[in-house]
Design a protein around this ligand. Structure first.
Ligand SMILES: Cc1ncc(C[n+]2csc(CCOP(=O)(O)OP(=O)(O)O)c2C)c(N)n1
Ligand SMILES: [Mg+2]
Length: 539
């Protein structure tokens, strides 16, 4: 087998069935192998390397399973950089396969095509696990080790580099089967301490981050046992169904943080809580995190539990009844408090009307991919999310332009459910070229572009905080309907929430290719007072 065949066969043996890729001479022999294995692993080629990497990211987020992309070195790698950075920040299992200049010349600065200084060093700053494959004999094991690293501890991306003249080298290859992922032993004494604390808590609260996405049933059970509200914002949304009165987001979550005596934090950095909302000695924190280094970064928790959230929460559910009491329902109280905040959030009425139209048409298991745009900011606060992994939000990078191509990957990996991308006119044009990819591979993604002719968020800040000195925030746009149609995609325009509903219904019925719906909008009210809120604890 060649080194390339060993890598591809190993990916297939690990259950990957697609690779998002953009070819080039350094990777020609990788593509030869992809051709050979095309019945097991489909190659989805994109129009820009960022599209390939974002698609892998979207596929990983929508499925929770590892995904891969392949690009040429130097500019190919850098073009994929923002997506790889986002994958790291979101703990998403994305494998980057990156080409290299001739093996013997790596590090010699000879000016080979796409040469970049210390590519391995750059990759090591972007991912935790990175290997340069030097022989076909090591290629399969290197791939399996990368995939294991992506699932070990805090999940995340990994990278494999391989030189132009190594991909095609042949040797007898022993294919490496998936390696077992080491799981830390659950600390029974810590589980007992956590159960005691929670059982005795007067105002328990649960906070979920992206690390809780695969323990929805456990969080739901604990919330019911403790009558504890569950805060999820952005990446933690959908862990507890929004229809449960105990399911909260911002800003009610901040009020509850101010009242809590014990917080169970699952797969979240707690950065907003510690840095914005404040902390004091009256609050005990129980942290569940896959990464032991996360526990003590800002405040030492009362109890630290390291490992996968699901088995840890299951152990906690087993232990809790011995320490907990039957608690009166908080349903009425929570409904009343949610309604009160909802009245204040009505300030965001224009965004809410569009979100209601979307929720009415997006099926329960449909996936909404959020963007750095006005309706997106409101969605994080208000969009009802019913199931885990159905609300994809870009995490702390919050990088404009991630949405469309990420959604394309989500829709490609989950063909059975409708995926909807929302974006502004600014964000959409970061990757709108990938409409060609959606057409080429018949990906039925539906995209709504809210067009205010501006980097609206920036423009509003310039208006409100900088004396209306507008600079670099107005945009000249194409006609988005004609733009979509020029690719052969469906293009629609909707000028009101009811019209958007109708357009969405038609768009979701069209499963043969992509649809873009342009929604012309005016300036929207600012959401920031609900997102950056003042300290509530610790003076
Ligand atoms: C990669 C990146 N570049 C720049 C920004 C800063 N930024 C945040 S919002 C925004 C404007 C968004 O414009 P648009 O997509 O049209 O959404 P709107 O606010 O108009 O709804 C910009 C430039 C960012 N978040 N990420
Ligand atoms: Mg805009």
């Amino acid at each position: 087998m060649t080194a390339a065949e060993a890598v591809v066969a190993t990916l297939a043996a690990h259950g990957l069935d697609a690779i998002y890729a953009l070819p080039g001479v350094q990777n020609d022999l990788l593509f030869e192998a992809l051709f050979k294995f095309s019945d097991r692993l489909r190659t989805i080629h994109t129009r820009h390397e960022q599209g390939a990497a974002y698609m892998a990211l979207g596929a990983a987020l929508a499925t929770g399973k590892p995904q891969a992309y392949a690009v040429v070195p130097g500019p190919g790698l850098l073009n994929s950089g923002a997506a790889l950075l986002t994958a790291y920040s979101m703990n998403a299992p994305v494998l980057a396969l990156i080409g290299q200049i001739p093996d013997a010349d790596i590090g010699r600065h000879l000016g080979h095509l796409h040469e970049i200084r210390d590519q391995s060093g750059i990759l090591k700053r972007l991912v935790d696990h990175c290997t340069l494959i030097r022989t076909p004999a090591e290629a399969s094991r290197a791939t399996a080790l990368a995939l294991r690293a992506m699932a070990t501890g805090r999940p995340g991306p990994a990278a494999l580099e391989c030189a132009i003249d190594v991909w095609g080298k042949s040797a007898p290859v022993a294919l490496q089967a998936p390696l077992p992922v080491p799981a830390p032993k659950i600390d029974a004494a810590a589980i007992r301490r956590a159960a005691k604390l929670l059982g005795a808590a007067k105002q328990p609260m649960i906070i979920c981050g992206g690390g809780a996405q695969d323990s929805s049933a456990e969080v739901t059970a604990l919330s019911a046992m403790l009558q504890a509200p569950v805060l999820g914002y952005r990446r933690g949304r959908g862990v507890l169904d929004s229809r449960d009165p105990l399911s909260v987001t911002l800003p009610l979550g901040r009020d509850l943080w101010g009242e809590a005596d014990v917080v169970l934090a699952v797969g979240t950095r707690l950065l907003t809580q510690f840095r914005q909302w404040g902390m004091d000695r009256k609050l005990a924190i129980i942290r569940v995190d896959a990464d032991a280094k996360e526990h003590n970064r800002l405040h030492k928790p009362a109890v630290a539990l390291t490992g996968d959230a699901k088995p840890i929460l299951q152990a906690l559910i087993g232990e809790l009844p011995a320490h907990n009491t039957t608690r009166p329902s908080r349903q009425a109280e929570m409904q009343e408090r949610q309604a009160r905040w909802r009245q204040r959030l009505d300030k965001l009425a224009p965004q809410i009307a569009y979100l209601e139209a979307i929720r009415a048409e997006l099926p329960e298991d449909g996936i909404l991919v959020d963007e750095v745009t006005q309706v997106g900011f409101a969605a994080r606060l208000l969009f009802p999310v019913y199931k885990p992994r159905t609300f994809l939000s870009p995490g702390y990078q919050d990088n404009l332009g991630w949405g469309f191509a990420t959604a394309l990957g989500a829709q490609h990996a989950r063909p059975g459910v409708p995926v909807l991308a929302i974006s502004g006119d600014g964000g959409f044009l970061f990757t709108a070229n990938e409409l060609a990819t959606a057409m080429r591979h018949r990906i039925p993604l539906v995209t709504v572009v809210f067009n205010d002719g501006a980097f609206g968020n920036v423009r509003r800040i310039q208006q409100e905080r900088y004396g209306n000195r507008l600079i670099g925030s107005d945009l000249a746009n194409p006609d988005f309907v004609q733009y979509a149609e020029s690719f052969g995609a469906e293009g629609m325009r909707a000028t009101s929430p009811p019209e958007l509903r109708g357009a969405l219904r038609r768009a979701f019925a069209h499963r043969d290719g992509p649809t873009v719906i342009e929604v012309p909008v005016g300036t929207m009210p600012s959401p920031w007072e609900f997102i950056f809120m003042p300290r509530i604890r610790g003076g």
